[in-house]
Design a protein around this ligand. Structure first.
Ligand code: NDP
Length: 248
């Protein structure tokens, strides 16, 4: 496989569906060796097969990013297999949206565990490797919800606001080590993310918002990620906010 990312090694979390799956396939299509992580092994294997059938290279690793040990093992496995890590896409995430009053607070903990702590664990594990290389690129998938709060999305807003704040602090800490940090902030994307919403009113409201517009496709976000990671080393694309044209 030849392309702009030939000889680069990329890790994508949450690569068993949606944005992560499309990102892994797209990165592999431009030459990257991809390490794809998520909890569902069958889905990961299907993505890996699609990549290898297209002539790319993929290593599926079953990992729950909320477990610090598993996050650490994911990074180590990628490093052991390929000898370096060029790109980490922190994409795994969940949006258990609903009003604050009366919420099931266990869902708040799940969102914070996956969207925030999972991303922190993989980043913490990869930093010593990127610093020793004096190169690397961390791409954190945030959301429009990381920039604009909305009634009915408060805790999801908390998690994505957290991702943005962490990413900017991280950028300042590691820029001198030639490590780049990019935040991607999608609007509504046509994925499975809504299937997991348990609050019926929130689910219906979100489905109506999605049906009223033409949402983005996962490939649109993958293209933005490829844009960011294929810029010359002097360019650090700090932030990309992408909404569907019809999203208010
Ligand atoms: P999907 O539900 O399609 O994908 C989520 C991915 O995260 C799956 O691969 C899932 O795999 C993985 N995942 C969930 N929990 C864990 C975990 N504990 N450990 C490892 N992997 C996990 O949703 P999207 O593709 O839409 O979401 C991807 C990212 O994009 C999320 O961060 C989301 O917040 C963000 N986003 C999505 C938008 C949208 O409208 N769809 C808008 C803005 C941002 P598995 O279950 O196999 O572990």
């Amino acid at each position: 496989m030849t392309g702009k990312l030939e000889d680069k090694v990329a890790i994508v979390t949450g690569a068993s569906s949606g944005i992560g799956q499309a990102t892994a396939i797209t990165l592999a299509a431009v030459g990257a060796k991809v390490v794809i992580a998520a909890r569902r092994e069958d889905r990961l294997n299907a993505v890996a097969k699609q990549i290898t059938d297209n002539g790319g290279q993929a290593l599926p690793v079953v990992a729950d990013v909320t477990d610090e040990g598993q996050s650490h093992n994911l990074i180590q496995k990628a490093h052991t297999e390929f000898g370096k890590i060029d790109i980490l896409v922190n994409n795994a995430g969940i949006a258990l949206i609903g009003k604050i009053d009366g919420a099931d607070t266990s869902e708040w903990r799940r969102m914070i565990d996956i969207n925030v702590l999972g991303l922190l664990y993989t980043t913490h594990a990869v930093l010593p490797i990127l610093k020793s290389q004096q190169s690397g690129h961390i791409v954190n998938i945030s959301s429009v919800a990381g920039r604009f709060a909305r009634a009915g999305m408060g805790i999801y807003n908390v998690t994505k606001w957290g991702v943005n704040a962490f990413s900017e602090a991280l950028r300042q800490e590691v820029s001198k080590d030639h490590i780049r940090v990019t935040i991607i902030e999608p609007g509504i994307v046509n994925t499975e993310i809504n299937d997991y919403i348990t609050d019926p009113a929130a689910k219906q409201n979100f489905e109506e918002r999605r049906k009223a517009i033409t949402p983005l496709e996962s490939e649109d976000i993958a293209a933005a990620i490829v844009y960011a990671v294929t810029q010359p080393q002097r360019v650090n694309v700090n932030e990309i906010l992408i909404r569907p044209t019809l999203q208010e």
